[in-house]
Design a protein around this ligand. Structure first.
Ligand code: NAD
Ligand code: GLY
Length: 358
């Protein structure tokens, strides 16, 4: 078991790597928070792991209430948040109470958003069960919900009190979801860590077969990268956290244009990373070899590399909701080489349209 810290000035929290879900009661006890808990999960994840978590908490004397959400991105919505607020009222959650999120990124973002806003903020603990949530969504405190116009349009920065990562839970994850999470691991390799990218190239077959030590290695490397970035730039104000959005400008727009149904988050980010790299090559900012190498790895993983069945015009238009969020300028994260990216504010619009058409 390893503990990685996210240090945020006077506050910090621990990410417990390789810890068993059955230990959650002990971790909650160590945090010395109230004993009333709302466990938020999706119905599928709850079937696998709900009782283990509930029993572990009850063993430590906690009163546990459960809220189950149907699986799927379309439930990361204000409507579901309202239902959860109502549950918080019915169960009389107080300031010292806690919300625990057991599930993937959808549950993390939704439950975290409710924890951030109910009573102006109650305790929040993340128990991520997808690869994507273990390497990315559960770390760093971005919580929120989607609107039909764009992803994550309503949200907050709200850090968890702790994150418990039990990588054994990945054994029940469908292979499409493993690939989905690997997309974010590839992202870390490109933005920050060439050796992680190379590790993926060399060990992909083992990883796809869910070899636990290889999985734990890529999870630990990813978590350390993200925890470091968030510790230095919690609110995306210093220019560093923004690089985590590599592939997300176009990726988010693909997800929204497909009505959150056609592409999983990591699948859309996979295409977004390739499109951003195509832009960098066209602007002579990075070598074309890099594009080929990234594309090869994404294909070997089994990730999408082309936009299909979605209007490219809709994707292009969707980009400008991102523009509003970022001081009037469309920001792209572009690669120079493996492990080195930068923020570019002047990508010509005709070039964006051109790479989308490919
Ligand atoms: P998800 O939460 O929808 O989970 C995917 C599917 O896997 C669901 O059907 C779920 O029921 C199932 N599942 C989860 N764990 C399982 C397990 N152990 N065994 C079997 N089935 C399991 O999707 P996701 O990819 O984890 O998350 C995507 C979301 O995360 C998107 O909304 C994205 O915007 C968000 N995200 C947030 C951040 C952040 O920083 N907050 C970062 C990246 C992505
Ligand atoms: N997933 C991007 C971030 O957490 O900043």
């Amino acid at each position: 078991m390893e503990i990685v810290k996210v240090n945020l000035g006077r506050r910090s929290y621990s990410i417990h790597l390789g810890e068993k879900l059955s230990q959650v009661g002990r971790i909650v006890k160590e945090l010395d928070i109230g004993k009333k808990i709302l466990l938020v999960s999706d119905s599928k994840v709850f079937r696998y792991y709900g009782e283990t978590v509930k029993k572990s908490l009850e063993k430590q004397g906690c009163g546990v209430f459960v809220a189950k959400i149907p699986p799927g991105e379309k439930y990361k919505s204000l409507n579901q948040a309202i239902k959860l607020y109502e549950k918080c009222v019915r169960t009389k959650l107080e300031r010292g109470s806690a919300i625990l999120a057991l599930g993937g990124g959808v549950i993390n973002d939704l439950a975290g958003f409710v924890a951030a806003t109910y009573l102006r903020g109650i305790n929040f603990i993340a128990l991520p069960t997808t690869l994507l949530a273990q390497v990315d969504a559960s770390i760093g405190g971005k919580v929120g919900v989607d609107l039909s116009q764009a992803k994550n349009l309503v949200g907050s920065f709200y850090q968890p009190g702790a994150v418990l990562i039990d990588s054994e839970t990945l054994k029940t994850l469908p292979s499409r979801e493993i690939k989905n999470g690997l997309s974010e691991v590839v992202k870390y390799g490109i933005i920050k860590d060439k050796s992680l990218f190379e590790y993926l190239e060399k060990n992909l077959e083992k990883i796809k077969k869910l070899d636990i030590s290889s999985l734990q290695r890529i999870i630990e490397k990813s978590v350390r990268i993200k925890a470091g970035i968030v510790s230095r730039d919690e609110r995306e104000e210093e220019g560093e956290r923004e690089i985590l959005n590599f592939g997300h400008t176009i990726g988010h727009s693909i997800e929204t244009a497909g009505d959150y149904r056609n592409y999983r988050h990591g699948e859309a980010v996979s295409i977004g990373m390739l499109k951003a790299t195509e832009i960098a090559v066209a602007m002579h900012l990075c070598p074309s070899d890099l594009l080929l190498r990234i594309e090869k790895l994404l294909r070997r993983i089994g990730l999408s590399t082309r936009i299909e069945k979605i209007s490219k015009r809709k994707i292009y238009q969707g980009l400008f909701l991102d523009k509003k969020k970022r001081g009037g300028k469309l920001h792209f994260i572009l690669p120079r080489e493996l492990g080195d990216v930068f923020i570019c504010e002047n990508v010509p619009f005709h070039l964006i349209r051109k790479v989308l058409q490919k």
